[in-house]
Design a protein around this ligand. Structure first.
Ligand SMILES: [Zn+2]
Length: 196
């Protein structure tokens, strides 16, 4: 089975700031369960636009993987280079609202976090938390969209498979739900064995 995520031999990953590229890489798991860290960066100018390639190494097993980012939304526009801090602030605010039980405010902030223009649409944890809140708000169809997006971005994260399983169950897709619960369990066993 392929575990290649978006940007891996596929379409470049959308990024709206350089800082997000590093956040994206740091959130990616290797097949061994370890997390990646960027080791070098290469700018490629393709006919379709500028692509930033981050070559990363797994912190556990040393495997290398390249991630290609579509940086056309900010490349050369220096006033946009530092804007990730606003997305990060919104995310932190959403997590505070969530802990305080203010779900509507948390959801509103997370919609901005994953917004295609001002946010970072490839931020999996933003989609994950938004999806989990939408489940609590009894909006399972919309929750499903965000949790599927989160799994597509970070396919080796047990918690995200668990959440997607719950969304499938909430819309009556029990077979798909069981598939994701099973996947979450398998990944936990595999990664715990590595860490233990
Ligand atoms: Zn590894």
């Amino acid at each position: 089975m392929s575990t290649a995520g978006p940007g891996h031999l596929g379409a470049p990953i959308p990024a709206n700031s350089p800082a997000f590229e590093y956040v994206y890489v740091a959130n990616q798991r290797c097949d061994c369960g370890g997390y990646f860290a960027a080791v070098r960066q290469e700018l490629h100018t393709l006919p379709s636009g500028p692509v930033d390639r981050l070559v990363a190494r797994c912190k556990s097993c040393g495997a290398e993987r390249a991630f290609d980012f579509d940086i056309s939304s900010f490349f050369g526009q220096f006033e946009k280079y530092g804007r990730f801090h606003r997305v990060d602030d919104r995310f932190q605010e959403a997590m505070s609202c969530l802990r305080a039980g203010r779900l509507a405010e948390a959801a509103a902030a997370l919609r901005q976090v994953v917004g295609p223009e001002e946010g970072e649409p490839a931020f999996a944890w933003g989609h994950y938390h938004l999806g989990m809140i939408l489940l609590l708000q009894h909006c399972p169809e919309e929750a499903l969209i965000h949790l599927e997006r989160a799994v597509a971005i970070q396919p080796l994260e047990p918690d995200i498979h668990e959440g997607l399983g719950r969304a499938h169950r909430a819309v009556g897709q029990e077979t798909e739900a069981q598939g994701h619960f099973h996947r979450a369990g398998k990944l936990r066993v595999r990664f715990d064995a590595r860490e233990g």
